[in-house]
Design a protein around this ligand. Sequence first.
Ligand SMILES: O=c1[nH]cnc2c1ncn2[C@H]1C[C@H](O)[C@@H](CO)O1
Length: 353
Amino acid sequence: MTLAGIELHVHLDGAIRVQTILDVAKRRGIDLRAHTVEEMTRRIALEEPATLTVFLDKFNQYMHVVAGDREAIKRIAYEFVENEAKEGVIYVEVRYCPHLLANSGVEPIPWNHDEGDLSPDEVVRLVNQGLREGERAFSIKARSILCCMRHMPSWSMEIVELCKKYQHDGVVGIDLAGDESLNCEANPDHRRAYEEAERCGIHRTVHAGEVGPASVVKEAVEVLKAERIGHGYRTLEDQNLYRKLLKLNMHFEMCPLSSKLTGACHPDFTKHPIITFKNDKANYSLNTDDPLVLNSTLQHDYSIAQKYMGFTEEEFKRVNICSAQSSFLPEKEKQELLLKLYEAYGMIQSTAF
Ligand SMILES: O=c1[nH]cnc2c1ncn2[C@H]1C[C@H](O)[C@@H](CO)O1
């Protein structure tokens, strides 16, 4: 991407460098039965359209390598910022579930690990450190969003407590991720966590209408009080809801390549729902989602939008301005970010000399 950009929907654990997985596996003596970046990429990357369930299953190939490892977690966060800076991103909100990277104080301990001494709380601190060091080294801004998981409602209250604890220390919001197709209606524990988030001024986004029906989007907005919708393609199946959300200026976090490979959308990009959102001048962003599992880049998503969806430079600029406006930054920082974009896009005279 040559334009200065913003990314609002990218999973940290779906954006790890393959080389880092190989390095950590070697250090920890984990046999991956793949020795080169090419071999490991072939194991992880989804090449053809599948289902969200198959897509999420790919995380099983490597999460056990990095989970529970302090050095790996900090490194992943740091390298993530470097990757984003290389893509021209000036502000990113990266999301992850701290419980999936911990091996203590989490029930059940994920990835069949034995109990260790890395808690979800310490995971957040390590990610924060990696992001902060990355920000300093690569001169961009990075904040995080903590994910509740649809299949693990018992973690949700703990996640909102972590959001509260780190609200002024890098964490800007809460998300609900995971497989919507298996678990459509939000569990009461997710609802309680989102109520607490709203009460405490924690910003809220929800994966909805990716593979699940428009009713999941409706629930995200009306029950979970989502301020942004992760994906949301299937909102279009309920035109009343879609029109209402357009009026409310709801932000949709769109992920072009991801939506094809998860089977969320028709594989022909020229028929993609994003085109409708674009033509209606909706409030949305363009994002990668999981560049590791997709073996892709943000640049690639932008080129898909340009080649198959009729995107112009003007639309790319508008999308990034919408992204800044819908970011979870405090108001003052949001205005600073907008100013940076306007300057980068030649929309105002720079005051710098
Ligand atoms: O596209 C997605 N939809 C729903 N859940 C997802 C997607 N990509 C990643 N996740 C899950 C798997 C990760 O472990 C988790 C937290 O980042 O979020």
